[in-house]
Design a protein around this ligand. Structure first.
Ligand code: ACO
Length: 428
């Protein structure tokens, strides 16, 4: 029997149930608080608030643990493919050989986007940011698949919407890239696996198939796996909250893409490389930039450092750092920006400012260097993050629906003006 928490307000004491998750983390259940007491809680930025009970991803920020459906990220990154991980996240189990074959078959048969969607690609100015395009294009899928708007979809219909968004996203992402170059779009080909197909559409020339280096395919799989889910972060919470109003999957994922775009979230990977390039152009004096990051009167922050949840190390950053060294070595790339990154990390990890605040490199600190080595321009980095995060958003959206969660609707503490009488415009 779990303990209860007691809340004392004035001379009244209330018992609040304590619930415990499967990994031992505890929460005080305040779902009846307002009815019982008339009070709400205030937690700006949700730093202490659990918004759901989820069986998808577990992370322990203090110990640097990340698991998808119970499987450690280190094992998944080393042994599985991105599509296996996507299946695991969405359906809860690692697929059997047959299930994986069927999943790949379904995905490869829904990769085309409607030809009319090309007009949308054509309509965007060539310099518009890929994340804005991606969010709009994913939302516009709802126009082409109006059955996704149907309430009470059967499990089969719902699954088809899931397959469609997962299958079409690589096509959309690579076409955004082709459009930015002014190059012709490359169509998906059923014979390729998910990641190879994406790389072919992105780096292929005309309709000719390029030989995709297995080192690149493997690096891309690792990066996508590491980004595939991260429990209730800003973009995932957005997907769940939009979905909670019974919005369709395309609109919900599109909202997640918009949330991910910000530099404090997925946009950080682009910011990291831009910061490193700036430091390089400025002469490479890392001490100067560390001092700027510590200066409270200077808005500069060390991008790729710090995390809301990880306070010792980000397990994904550890894997990525190694992958980064391996890939640059295998591709024979000597990147000065990587040297600056390593120097910054070394200096920051010894500096009391960063130690006291538990600021360590996060997943984005090294991912940008790999994307750069693979040939992606910086403004595509966050789009690649979105491609990786997609199975997580889908799994969380599906779970939210299966749990029949109520519409997300936080409370507030109002601090504005109280009663005022309307004054005529001439008397203001
Ligand atoms: N550089 C310098 N100082 C920092 C940094 C940083 N990157 N991050 C946090 N701090 C300082 C803050 O100034 C604050 O100092 P103070 O206590 O003296 O006021 C303290 O550390 C705590 O910072 P908060 O912003 O309160 O921490 P929070 O948990 O709200 O923010 C966040 C986490 C947004 C990730 C923050 O560390 C940051 O802005 N990092 C840089 C951006 C980044 O890399 N984002 C990617 C995150 S990973 C992801 O989304 C995939």
């Amino acid at each position: 029997m779990l303990e209860t928490a007691q809340l004392k307000i004035g001379d009244k004491t209330y018992d609040l149930p304590v619930i415990e998750g499967s990994e031992g983390e505890k929460a005080i259940d305040i779902s009846k608080l307002r009815d019982q007491t008339g009070y709400v809680t205030l937690d700006i930025g949700y730093k202490n608030t659990g918004a759901t009970q989820s069986a998808i991803t577990f992370l322990d920020g203090e110990l640097g643990i990340l698991k998808y459906r119970g499987y450690p990220i280190e094992q998944l990154a080393a042994k599985s493919s991105f599509i296996e991980v996507a299946y695991l996240l969405i359906y809860g189990e690692l697929p059997t050989e047959e299930q994986l074959k069927a999943f790949n078959f379904d995905l490869s048969h829904h990769t085309l986007v409607h030809e009319d969607m090309k007009k949308f690609f054509d309509g965007f100015p060539s310099k518009s940011h890929p994340m804005g395009q991606l969010s709009s294009l994913v939302c516009s899928l709802s126009a082409f698949y109006p059955e996704s708007l149907k309430q009470n979809q059967t499990p089969e219909e719902l699954n088809l919407s899931i397959i469609k968004v997962l299958a079409k996203m690589p096509t959309i992402v690579s076409w955004i890239y082709k459009k930015s170059l002014g190059h012709p779009y490359i169509y998906p080909q059923n014979k390729y696996d998910y990641v190879t197909n994406f790389l072919n559409m992105t780096f292929g020339q005309r309709t000719e198939v390029v030989d995709i280096d297995p080192v690149i395919v493997s690096a891309m799989n690792t990066l996508l796996i590491l980004h595939a889910d991260h429990e209730q972060n800003c973009s995932t919470s957005t997907v769940r909250i939009v979905g909670s109003s019974a919005s369709n999957i395309y609109a919900s994922v599109s909202a997640g893409i918009s949330a991910l775009w910000g530099p404090l979230h997925g946009g950080a990977n682009q910011e990291v490389i831009e910061m490193l390039q700036k430091i390089q152009e400025d002469g490479g004096d890392t001490d100067k930039w560390i001092a700027k990051a510590k200066d409270k009167n200077d808005p500069f922050r060390l991008m790729g450092f710090g995390h809301r949840v990880y306070k010792n190390f980000d397990p994904r950053a550890k894997i990525i750092k190694k992958a980064c060294d391996d890939i640059l070595e295998k591709l024979g790339i000597d990147d000065e920006v990587l040297e600056i990154a390593k120097k910054l990390e070394e200096v920051a990890l010894k500096d009391p400012y960063f130690i006291e605040r538990k600021l360590y490199p996060n997943v984005d600190f090294y991912s940008g260097i790999i994307y750069r080595a693979l040939g992606f321009p910086t403004d595509m980095f966050t789009v690649l993050f979105a491609l990786g995060r997609l199975p997580g958003w889908i799994a969380q959206w599906k779970e939210m629906k299966e749990h029949k969660e109520p519409i997300g609707r936080p409370r507030q503490i109002y601090t504005g003006a109280t009663n005022r009488d309307y004054t005529d415009i001439k008397n203001r």
